[in-house]
Design a protein around this ligand. Structure first.
Ligand code: C2E
Ligand code: CA
Ligand code: CA
Length: 713
């Protein structure tokens, strides 16, 4: 199935680094987030470590240094007081003063030494050099002063103190202060640096955090979007499909899991579409022939460009028997052949522009086909009929059998109406025509207004039947039946005739079907039964073995009282029940099989033998017939007609005879008209014949002559 172009164009969105699977996409999104968080945390940690390092350095180094420099000043100042005290005390009292001075000097030495240890800049170094030099001056001044004191030279001592020691002390103090100042500045500048670093770190952390938050938001949006958007597409496509738009397809989204579900949905849509197509096809197509069916004929999916004005209804005869005797495969082949040949004739006619461009050939049921087409005039349809007949004339070969294709055709058109009739009406009319074709054994018939009028006329005729029965307008004609083995008469079939007062002779074929429809046929049957029994009473002394068969209609079989009536009539006449036969058609039995079978058993129990009439034209199965309490099978005359030149019919009739014998039935052939036909059925093993060859139906003097000519029993 082709995709709509807009969907074909829907390429998977290019996603770049974006993985195709939701799982991986989520993993990537969250992975990136975690990495970013770690980055931020590590960056912030690093900054904090820097700051704490600075703080530690500051605390451990610079503050210590500052304290030491302060200590230096204090110690330096502290030296002056014991020296002044030295000048004014006794020798003994000077000893602790020296010790104090020495201790302070040592402390100063140590401080100077430690200060020299970790110098931070050249300014400090220079100050320190100057400080050391002042310290050396100071020490020299101290020694000079102390020596003068020890020499007890007070004047020199005072001079040394004033001129050497005091300037050296103030120089020392000065330098110490300079250094202190220097250290303070250094600390200040370091504090400033730390401040800047701190601010930078805070800035960094804030910026990074903002970046991470933005990135996280983007990732969340992107990940959610990448799942939700295709899901939405999936949802809308699914809804589309649910609404019956099977051509709708889920576009590729570039997301593996969704595409997998989408693919499954697409496959589902395709399958559903195919199934629906199949269902529609099944609803409109005949499975055996592939041709349209009745529905397609009556309700075509597309209205034809040119509306059909003619319908041909074709019916394959003897299909049931073909199925039963030669197998269903042969029956199917026959049906398919009829379908193919009919379709071929109509397509050829359409191609030759003999008829409209799109004829429909449909299979209605069993071996019944209908063709709806547009014929400009009836002449074209008649030409088409010739083509159909030619197509059907060829024998069908299947699984070793040669079967004739015996087809009756009924035609109906809109010639007599101003507007074309709908196909349904044409089909109904064609059915009437088909019945006529079958009844008159002409092979085909056209439905006409006259026919319709005749049908109505027949109905009016039937109402006259009651009077006919009462006023003895009916006659019972008898057609003798002969044994094929001995050539002797075995009995006769009673056939009704009607001498209508104004219409003259009316054929039973004309009024029996309509009398059956109205139910008046039961009057005819009763009348015929009485006549037959009267005749049998007359025949009994001379020809006691002869039987008379009376035709029983479907209507009689539906009446539960029928068997009782037959029994009463038999009893009243005193005729042996086995002399009266009753002929029942297959189709009559099929209307209500259960009821009919029960009735047949009651009739059979009276002692009256039963015959199956027109065998091979109905639709009952042989298996079903096996259950019936019948003793005679009458093969319809359609099978006997020209049987000597029809190998297909011979096969069928042979199979029917064998099957009849298998069921212990007497087999009678109806409508034997020629010697060749007689010879053929005799060779096939048939028991009894009935037909114009041996005798036409007889009445009055003719009947009496025939009876008188019979050899004595
Ligand atoms: P059916 O029962 O099949 O009767 C045989 C018909 O075949 C008779 O036509 C008979 O005249 C005709 N026939 C006999 N031999 C030949 C032959 O060699 N060639 C040809 N072409 N025809 C032959 P009929 O009398 O016109 O009766 C027609 C149908 O009307 C009967 O067919 C039967 O179904 C019905 N029918 C006749 N009489 C009665 C009756 O009393 N009651 C009922 N219910 N139906 C009847
Ligand atoms: Ca009959
Ligand atoms: Ca018959």
């Amino acid at each position: 199935m082709a995709l709509p172009t807009e969907l074909q164009d829907a390429q998977p969105r290019t996603t770049g680094f974006w993985p195709q699977r939701i799982g991986r996409r989520l993993a990537l999104g969250f992975g990136i987030l975690v990495v970013l968080m770690l980055l931020v945390l590590s960056q912030i940690g690093l900054q904090f470590r820097n700051v704490s390092e600075i703080t530690r350095q500051f605390a451990e180094g610079d503050m210590q240094r500052l304290l030491r420099v302060q200590q230096l000043g204090i110690q330096t100042e502290g030296v002056g007081t014991p020296l002044v005290r030295l000048m004014n005390t006794t020798r003994e009292q000077r000893i602790p003063e020296y010790a104090e001075i020495d201790a302070r000097s040592k402390t100063i030495d140590n401080i100077l030494e430690s200060l020299a240890d970790d110098l931070k800049d050249s300014g400090q170094e220079e100050t320190l050099i100057r400080l050391k030099k002042s310290w050396a001056d100071y020490q020299a001044a101290y020694i000079a002063t102390a020596e003068a004191v020890e020499a007890e030279d007070r004047e020199a001592a005072t001079k040394a103190l004033n001129e050497l020691f005091t300037p050296a002390l103030s120089a020392m103090l000065h330098e110490s202060n300079v250094l202190l100042q220097r250290e303070r500045e250094r600390i200040q500048s370091q504090l400033d640096d730390a401040q800047v670093l701190f601010r930078e770190a805070t800035l960094w952390a804030t910026a990074l955090s903002i970046l991470v938050v933005v990135l996280a938001a983007w990732l969340a949006w992107r990940t959610t979007g990448s799942v939700v958007t295709p899901l939405r597409a999936l949802e809308s496509a699914a809804r589309d499909i649910a609404q019956g738009n099977y051509a709708s397809r889920v576009p590729t989204t570039g997301t593996t899991e969704i595409d997998r579900v989408g693919g499954a949905l697409n496959t589902m849509a395709e399958t559903v579409a195919q199934r629906e197509e199949q269902i529609v096809r099944l609803a409109y197509e005949d499975a055996l022939t592939g041709l349209p069916n009745r529905t397609a004929l009556l309700q075509p999916m597309q209205t034809p460009v040119i509306a059909p004005n003619t319908v041909a209804l074709l019916d394959l005869a003897r299909l049931k028997v073909v199925n039963e005797t030669l197998g269903y495969a042969t029956g199917d082949t026959l049906i398919r052949q009829l379908g193919q040949r009919t379709a071929a004739v109509f397509s050829a006619a359409a191609l030759a522009q003999q008829i409209g461009p799109d004829p429909t050939v449909a299979r209605l049921s069993g071996g019944t086909f209908a063709a709806a087409f547009c014929a400009p005039t009836r002449a074209e349809a008649q030409a088409l009929h010739a083509a159909l007949k030619a197509a059907m004339s060829e024998v069908v070969q299947c699984s070793g059998h040669k079967v004739d294709m015996d087809v009756s055709i009924g035609y109906a058109d809109s010639a007599s109406t101003a507007t074309p009739l709908p196909v349904g009406t044409l089909l109904r009319n064609a059915e009437v025509a088909l019945h006529t074709a079958k009844r008159t054994a002409q092979g085909h018939a056209w439905h006409s207004e006259a026919q319709e009028a005749a049908r109505l006329d027949h109905l009016s005729l039937v109402t006259d039947l009651r009077r006919a029965v009462a006023e003895s307008q009916l006659q019972m004609w008898l057609q003798p039946k002969f044994s094929l083995a001995t050539g002797k008469a075995v009995g006769a079939e009673a056939l009704v005739r009607w001498q209508h007062l104004s219409r003259g002779f009316v054929s039973p074929a004309e009024f029996v079907p309509f009398a059956e429809q109205t139910g008046y046929i039961t009057l005819v049957t009763d009348w015929m039964l009485r006549e037959a029994l009267r005749t049998l009473v007359r025949w009994a002394p001379l020809q006691p073995h002869l039987t008379i068969a009376v035709n029983v209609s479907t209507r009689d079989l539906q009446d539960a009282g029928f068997a009782v009536r037959v029994g009463q009539l038999l009893q009243a006449s005193g005729v042996e029940p086995k002399r009266l036969r009753l002929e029942i058609t297959e189709s009559g039995l099929m209307e209500d099989p259960h009821k009919s079978i029960a009735l047949l058993h009651t009739l059979r129990d009276l002692g009256t033998p039963l015959s199956i009439d027109d065998f091979g034209t109905g639709y009952s199965s042989l298996a079903y017939l096996q259950k019936l309490p019948v003793s005679e099978l009458k093969i319809d005359r359609a099978f006997i007609d020209k049987i000597d030149t029809a190998p297909g019919s011979q096969k069928l009739v042979k199979a029917m005879i064998e099957m009849g014998h298998g069921m212990d039935l007497m087999v009678t052939a109806e409508g034997v008209e020629t010697e060749a036909e007689r010879a053929t059925i005799a060779a096939l093993g048939c028991d009894v014949m009935q037909g114009y060859l041996a005798s036409k139906p007889l009445y009055g003097a003719a009947l009496q002559n025939w009876f008188d000519g019979l050899p004595p029993a």
